[in-house]
Design a protein around this ligand. Structure first.
Ligand code: AHM
Ligand code: MG
Length: 336
């Protein structure tokens, strides 16, 4: 009622998903169940990240992952939590994880699992032990008609993603999700309720903002046009001031800030990493979908729409620029 300032009409993620489902008369509820499993994995990962320093979960696990990075203990736990949530949902036919060299097929349940999921369970894990924000990134594809789940069901361009998003484990856990052709919605984990609450409905990225986010330590290896672009931001712009720099080193945190405040986030390909660093399936494409649906843009080094890039292998990489619409337009002028 109007007489109290307490919100008694709280939209939880559970309620939001149910309402979305009822909008689609053909919906079976399977996607909703998959999302329930997803949100549980975010809550669990968030819990362990917050407890890490207290329960000896900082540091290395003593092994390397599929792509040769040193695995942290929390990388292993996050990955195991995610896999278990997807398996037990009964709705996930196959899963690609940054921490797993091969696709995981859950073919013990061919009984109607219709989704293929790609995820980076804990992205930005170099920041973990310092308590700096990290996140989980996910993208969901639907299996081709009649398929029980093959590699071809996940090696798809981002334009075919059914849903994508991320959860940032920062001062609070923030979940951002978008569905094909839909809006972008942000939820905050209320630890007392144990629920994600809709706090950022219909997110729109500002059209421009003078903030850039890139690992400038790589500039020695950058191509000339990359150097020229970032250099140009350090000189007075139309308002007489140069850009500000902000770089956390967790894609989820840098992207979340960029989504809220506007600006540009980039991880360009360079002479040292000619294919870039970030992975298409579970880093670039899901973020690109979020940014496009929020009114921004995401492109690769060839200035092609990130969502149209078809990965050749599950851990394929790409250079990426994403951010405010006008900021990405500006990037393009330097590569023509
Ligand atoms: P990770 O998945 O192994 O954590 O690596 C991905 C992370 C991104 O979150 C971040 O944007 C980037 O690597 C930072 O890389 P760098 O340390 O080279 O700046
Ligand atoms: Mg990652």
């Amino acid at each position: 009622s109007e007489s109290t300032s307490v919100n008694t009409n709280i939209v939880t993620l559970t309620r939001f998903l149910t309402e979305e489902q009822t909008k689609h008369r053909e919906a079976t509820g399977d996607f909703t169940l998959l999302c329930h499993a997803l949100q549980f994995s975010f809550k669990a990962i968030s819990y362990y990240i917050r407890r890490a320093t207290l329960v000896n979960l900082t540091g290395l696990a003593g092994q390397s992952n599929a792509t040769g990075d040193d695995q942290k203990k929390l990388d292993v736990i996050g990955n195991d939590l995610f896999i278990s949530a997807m398996r037990s949902s009964g709705k996930c036919a196959l899963l690609v994880s940054e921490e797993e060299e091969e696709i995981i097929f859950f073919n013990d349940q061919q009984s109607g699992a219709r989704y293929a999921v790609a995820c980076d369970p804990i992205d930005g894990s170099s920041n973990l032990d310092a308590g700096v924000s990290v996140g989980t990134i996910f993208g969901i594809h639907k299996l081709a008609e009649g398929s029980i789940g093959t590699k071809e069901d996940i090696l798809r361009p981002g334009t075919e993603l059914l849903a994508a998003g991320f959860t940032m484990y920062g001062a609070s856990a923030q979940l951002v999700i978008t569905m094909k052709g839909g809006t972008v919605n942000g939820f905050t984990l209320d630890n007392s309720f144990g629920e994600f609450i809709l706090t950022h409905p219909d997110m729109k990225i500002p059209r421009k903002r003078a903030i850039y986010s890139v690992n400038e330590g790589n500039s020695l290896y950058w191509e000339d046009n990359t150097k020229a672009y970032f250099n140009s931001l350090k000189y007075p712009q139309d308002n007489g001031k140069p850009y500000s720099a902000r770089y956390i080193g967790s894609m989820v945190a840098d992207a979340y800030r960029t989504l809220l405040y506007g600006g540009i986030f980039a991880y360009p390909a360079d002479k040292k990493s000619p294919k870039g660093k970030l992975r298409i399936l579970y880093e670039c494409a899901p973020m690109a979908m979020v940014f496009e649906n929020a009114g921004g843009q995401a492109i690769n080094d060839k200035m092609l729409r990130m969502l149209e890039v078809v990965p050749e292998s599950i851990h394929d990489r790409s250079g990426i620029y994403l951010g405010s619409y006008d900021e990405v337009e500006k990037v393009k002028t330097f590569y023509k």
